[in-house]
Design a protein around this ligand. Structure first.
Ligand SMILES: NC(=O)c1ccc[n+]([C@@H]2O[C@H](COP(=O)([O-])OP(=O)(O)OC[C@H]3O[C@@H](n4cnc5c(N)ncnc54)[C@H](OP(=O)(O)O)[C@@H]3O)[C@@H](O)[C@H]2O)c1
Length: 279
């Protein structure tokens, strides 16, 4: 499944649809910086925004959406429950806070940010309840390994629609992607351009010259063609426009495979199994 135009949606396992491309806002400051980035993204044609309570910028995301004059149905908004807020009651309370900050009546997708040991099954029960109450349209997870998904699937009433994971050419996550496919879960990539670190690689630069595209566009296209949902972050208008201008060329199978060879288990973030979860 690959979309052909910015804003185009892919089908989730619960029947809802999510744009394959969105704007990420991690480390975008609350206030003018996030507000402006979201406004520019919506103007450029993005129809999905990925925030989290951790990012402390939900209010600016909500304000930018409201000022955009786009209808609620047109824009897909994701937020996440942060680690210390996990567990059943705390997740419900955290969600209420997020919804208020976003100034929305419902959230399109709510994710468990990490598989917090001893808590993520209770968190999931809370997400199922929020979906039942129609406060959330779709529920999913983030940073889950296969073993977390196995445990979750053994206990859940509702399957996660996505697993949002670190994914880029240095960490291509082939085994996890295969598991997702087997279970009808979509893969969503965070740090899709490896926070810029992969952009100087010879193969990326070579393809960028061949296609007259930027290195970031080559990497994002490599993900798009795998059917992965991408949420590149930028607070600069030029880059926001650049990152969505990836629908007018296609990499060949051979070029896709050459980018695959950059895999080096190059994780930037903390391995979810090594994460320390404080109460
Ligand atoms: N679920 C999770 O645990 C988790 C973890 C991390 C991130 N995320 C989500 O995923 C989103 C994306 O991940 P990320 O922000 O970590 O990394 P990323 O999107 O791979 O990279 C963002 C960095 O690259 C720069 N950049 C953006 N476009 C560029 C371009 N065209 N050329 C060169 N540099 C460019 C940005 O700088 P400027 O802003 O200065 O342009 C920023 O420093 C986040 O914003 C967040 O929504 C989720």
């Amino acid at each position: 499944m690959i979309t052909n135009a910015i804003g185009e949606r892919v089908l989730l396992n619960d029947g809802n649809q999510i744009p394959q491309l969105g704007l990420g806002v991690w480390r975008a400051n609350d206030g003018e910086e996030t507000y402006q980035a979201v406004r520019w993204a919506l103007e450029a044609g993005y129809r999905s925004i990925d925030t989290a309570s951790l990012y402390a910028n939900e209010a600016s995301v909500g304000k930018a959406f409201h000022d955009s004059e786009l209808s609620r149905e047109e824009v897909f908004i994701t937020t996440k429950v942060w680690n210390p807020d996990q567990g059943y009651d705390k997740t419900l309370a955290a969600f209420e806070k997020s919804l208020k900050l976003l100034d929305l009546e419902y959230v399109d997708m709510y994710l468990a940010h990490y598989p917090v040991t001893g808590k993520y099954l209770d968190t999931w029960k809370a997400l199922e309840r929020l979906q039942e109450e129609k406060l959330v349209r779709s529920i999913g997870v983030s940073n889950f390994h296969i073993h977390h998904l196995e445990t979750l699937l053994a206990h859940a009433n509702v399957k996660p629609v996505v697993n949002q994971i670190e994914l880029h050419p240095y960490l291509s996550q082939k085994a996890l992607i295969a598991y997702h496919k087997e279970h009808d879960i979509l893969t969503e990539a965070w740090a899709p351009i490896a926070k810029g670190r992969v952009l100087g690689e010879d193969i990326i630069v070579e393809l960028s010259e061949k296609y007259g595209k930027t290195p970031a566009q080559i990497v994002l296209r490599w993900e798009l063609q795998q059917g992965i949902i991408i949420i590149p972050k930028s607070v600069h208008q030029k880059r926001i426009q650049e990152n969505c201008n990836i629908y007018d060329f296609a990499l060949t199978e051979e070029e896709m495979k050459r980018i695959d060879t950059l895999e080096c288990d190059g994780r930037i973030g903390t391995d979810p199994d090594k994460m320390v979860y404080d109460d």
